[in-house]
Design a protein around this ligand. Structure first.
Ligand code: PLP
Length: 396
C-alpha cells in the first residue's frame, strides 16, 4: 500500500520521546518552551504558542482576536472543516469566497463576501502552496480586519520572489535576518500549524499559533491553560474562561526532533513532486498546479486536477488505484456542502470550488516513498486515465 501521505518516525524521534518520558516534568515544562522557541526561530516570528491540536489553536486564536457572536470570518471552502468549525465554536458565522485554479482563496472574490460584521480573513495554503499574501494583506488592511492564516499544510513553505519583494518594501519581515524569502506563517497577523501525523511534522496530535503580536500570544497562552495566571505559590488569578489545550513535554520532544528533519523531508517530497511534474507535463487527462518563481511548497499534498472530460471517471480511477495499492484522497469537499452548514446557511455553490471538488485527487507524495514507488504511481495513473478515457467517459 502506498498512502497519499504518511508520518516519518526515526530512532532519534523515539529516543527523544523516551528521554522526555524519563523526565520529572511531563507537561508544561521546559521542552515546551524549547519547541516553541525552535518553531518561532524556524518560521521567523516573535512568538510560537503550541497547543494540543490545530483545531484548538484556531479556536484559541479566533477568541484571542475577539471573535464572538454576531461576527463573521471569510474563508475558503476548500479546506479541512476545522477552519470554519472553530469560528462556530467562538459563536461567530462563516462566509466563503471562491478559489483560484490552485485551490487557494481568490483575493478578487473576497470583497464581495465582506460585510460590516467581518472580523477576519482566514487563508489556507492548500497542500503547502503559499496563498497570494500581498493582495490578501492589502484587503485586510483596507477593511481594518485581521488576516489570519490556517497554514496547517505549510510548515516549511516559503513565499515567492514577488511576495518577498513586496514584504521587504513594506518592512514586513526582517530582511537583514535572512537572504531567503519569508516563510509561510511569518506575514499574516497570526498563523496556525497542525502537527497531526500526516502533516509536515508530527507531535501525534498538536498544533501552534505563530505571531509577532504580543497581545495575541498572551491571550492564546491564557486560553490554552484555563485562563489562569499564577501570582504567588498558591494565589492564582482567573479573569476569563480558558480551556485545557496544552501540548505535553513528551509531544514537544517529538516535535523538536521532527523539526530538525523538516527541511530534509521537504527536500525529498519536492524530488518526488518534481518527478511527477515532469512525468505529467502536457498529458491529456489532468493538470498539476505549478508554483510561482521562488516559492517553496512543503508538498504536504500533490494534487492532480482532472480535466472536465475525466471528472465522471474519478470514482473509478480512485477505486482502480486502490486495487493497485495506491491510496489517494480528495481535498476537500467544500465546507458549505456539509449538512451542518447547509442547515445553517442554505444552499451555497461557488463555481470554482465546485469544479475543484470534481477535479481534485491527491496522489502519494511523501518522504517515505522510493523512486520506484513514485514511478509506479505515475505510470499507473497515466495508464488508468488512458483506459478510462477511451472506455467512454462523457462530459456531463
Ligand atoms: C489538519 C487540518 C486542521 C486541523 O488540524 P488538527 O491538528 O487535526 O486539529 C485544520 N485546518 C487544516 C487546513 C488542516 O489541514
Amino acid at each position: 500500500m502506498i498512502p497519499y501521505s504518511r508520518q516519518s518516525i526515526t530512532e532519534a524521534d523515539i529516543n527523544a520521546v523516551v528521554e522526555a518520558l524519563k523526565g520529572d516534568i511531563l507537561t508544561a515544562g521546559e521542552i515546551v518552551d524549547k519547541f516553541e522557541a525552535a518553531l518561532a526561530n524556524y518560521v521567523g516570528t516573535k512568538h510560537a504558542v503550541v497547543l494540543n491540536s490545530a483545531t484548538s489553536a484556531l479556536h484559541a486564536l479566533y477568541l484571542a482576536i475577539g471573535l464572538k457572536s454576531g461576527d463573521e470570518i471569510v474563508t475558503t471552502p476548500i479546506t479541512f472543516a476545522a477552519t470554519a468549525n472553530a469560528a462556530l465554536m467562538a459563536g461567530a458565522d462563516v462566509r466563503w469566497a471562491d478559489i483560484k485554479f490552485n485551490g487557494n482563496i481568490d483575493p478578487q472574490k473576497i470583497s464581495a463576501a465582506i460585510t460590516p460584521c467581518t472580523k477576519a480573513i482566514v487563508a489556507v495554503d492548500l497542500g503547502g502552496a503559499p496563498v497570494d499574501i500581498a493582495p490578501l494583506y492589502e484587503i485586510a488592511k483596507k477593511h481594518g480586519i485581521a488576516l489570519l492564516n490556517d497554514a496547517s499544510h505549510a510548515l516549511g513553505s516559503s513565499y515567492g520572489d514577488e511576495a518577498a519583494a513586496w514584504a521587504k518594501q513594506n518592512s514586513l519581515y526582517h530582511a537583514e535576518k535572512s537572504e531567503k524569502n519569508p516563510k509561510v506563517g511569518s506575514l499574516a497577523l497570526a498563523s496556525v500549524f497542525s502537527f497531526h501525523p500526516i502533516k509536515p511534522i508530527t507531535t501525534l496530535e498538536g498544533g501552534a499559533v505563530l505571531t509577532n503580536d504580543d497581545d495575541i500570544a498572551t491571550k492564546v497562552r491564557l486560553l490554552r491553560s484555563h485562563g489562569i495566571t499564577k501570582r504567588t505559590a498558591w494565589d492564582s488569578q482567573m479573569q476569563s474562561l480558558g480551556y485545557n489545550y496544552r501540548l505535553s513535554d513528551v509531544a514537544c520532544a517529538l516535535g523538536l526532533s521532527q523539526l530538525g528533519r523538516l527541511d530534509e523531508m521537504i527536500a525529498r517530497r519536492n524530488e518526488i513532486a518534481n518527478f511527477y511534474d515532469d512525468k505529467f507535463k502536457n498529458n491529456h487527462y489532468f493538470s498539476t498546479p505549478m508554483l510561482k518563481a521562488g516559492e517553496i511548497s512543503s508538498r504536504h499534498l500533490y494534487p492532480i486536477l482532472l480535466h472536465p472530460h475525466m471528472h465522471c471517471a474519478k470514482q473509478e480511477l480512485y477505486d482502480r488505484l486502490k486495487e493497485a495499492g495506491i491510496i489517494t484522497q480528495v481535498h476537500y469537499k467544500p465546507t458549505y456542502k456539509f449538512e451542518l452548514y447547509r442547515a445553517k446557511y442554505g444552499e451555497i455553490e461557488l463555481k470554482n470550488a465546485e469544479e475543484f471538488y470534481k477535479a481534485e485527487l491527491s496522489i502519494p507524495c511523501h518522504q517515505g516513498m522510493s523512486d520506484d514507488e513514485a514511478k509506479f504511481v505515475a505510470s499507473t495513473i497515466l495508464k488508468l486515465c488512458q483506459k478510462l478515457d477511451t472506455s467512454g467517459c462523457k462530459v456531463r
